[in-house]
Design a protein around this ligand. Sequence first.
Ligand SMILES: Cc1cc2nc3c(=O)[nH]c(=O)nc-3n(C[C@H](O)[C@H](O)[C@H](O)COP(=O)(O)OP(=O)(O)OC[C@H]3O[C@@H](n4cnc5c(N)ncnc54)[C@H](O)[C@@H]3O)c2cc1C
Length: 407
Amino acid sequence: MKQADVIIIGGGAAGFFTAINAAEKNPELKVIILERGKEVLTKVKVSGGGRCNVTHAEFIPKELTQNYPRGKKELLGPFHTFMTGDTIEWFEKRGVELKIEEDGRMFPVSDSSQTIIDCFLSEAKRLGVEMLLNQSVKEIQKEAYNFIINTTTDTFSAGKIVVATGSNPKIWQLLESLGHTVVPAVPSLFTFNIKDGRIIDLPGLSTDASVKVLDEKGKTVLESSSPLLITHWGMSGPAILKLSAWGARVLEPLKYHFNIEVNWLNTLSEEDALDALKELKSLQGKQTLFKYAQFELPKRLWQSIVKASGIDERITWADATRENLQNLANQLTAAIFEVTGKSTFKEEFVTAGGVDLKEVNFKTFESRVCKNLFFAGEVLNIDAITGGFNFQNAWTGGYLVAQAITK
Ligand SMILES: Cc1cc2nc3c(=O)[nH]c(=O)nc-3n(C[C@H](O)[C@H](O)[C@H](O)COP(=O)(O)OP(=O)(O)OC[C@H]3O[C@@H](n4cnc5c(N)ncnc54)[C@H](O)[C@@H]3O)c2cc1C
């Protein structure tokens, strides 16, 4: 049987961040990472399209938590100890400079996830962290002062263990057998499939819009206002991704079949839009309605909306009937689209679900059910929208666990 002070199960982002910080804080500690694969940090490698979106330029803890549909409340405290600014400093201290993109996402200046992997591997080596590959954990037993961990080939023993296995159903089962509650996993962060003549010719077009998810009775159940991107399959962009993440648990029982209402004019009401259209009618009567886009909408979108309102391309503003304008106001501010399924967002498979947050002490990320067992990363029922927030959860959790286990 191999012994260690701390065994970290899972050689991903959270596992490495925990191991390095623990070994740095207490060099006496024997730290082992058990990884089931033949390589570590495989998700980091492919993350952010191979560039690794390490974190996000949001430096106010409360604001940062707004990006976590699950974990919003629980992460506020931990973010006061370790958050985005600390992440930047942590990497900078180790020779990895990060840069901010226009939308706030942060990447290594090298634009390569390998920079992050190289940093982790060299730090782990420098600090004597032992990394064992092909060690798939099959069993965890709790004894009086120790945990016994069985992998496919070996047995290990440690006083403290950190579970950093990401979204992994088998480990969740093991954790259930140790008394934990696991919230079942459902997909989060996806795009909406929509087949509709109004958007079929507009892939690639992006505009600010407000989108509501409606229930069978037409009542609003979710709402978001952000840039919306029309794709070959339907709709994506922050407005849709936010709805998919916040609505992960609402949309799953609907089997991803529901209606959305799009307001292409964002916050403008149908009545106000109608007033604006009437004014346009009185001001530019001679112009054809179809030709020039209004409300700063992209021209192709405007023309598609005009067509969808049943208005002939040759009609001038002066000739537009009250009914024409009413239909147009409706299509502009309350256009209903039928969603018939979902698609993965850029290969980024994020799931909502994991260890129930009520069973975790967020000062230390220790289990409230099983003493000396800690969690870091996606194994918990925490997930975020896209933008570097999922990794930030791994760094924050890993850092706090490291502080707790080296006390
Ligand atoms: C394609 C893609 C791109 C992404 N891009 C970004 C991005 O740019 N920015 C961002 O913030 N987030 C991104 N994410 C999300 C991010 O990768 C995860 O949130 C993050 O990797 C979670 O880290 P983790 O350490 O908790 O889990 P993981 O990275 O999944 O690591 C868990 C590790 O545990 C190991 N393991 C599992 N079971 C066992 C077992 N039984 N025994 C031993 N080892 C085990 C696994 O093999 C794995 O190595 C992306 C996700 C995907 C899929």
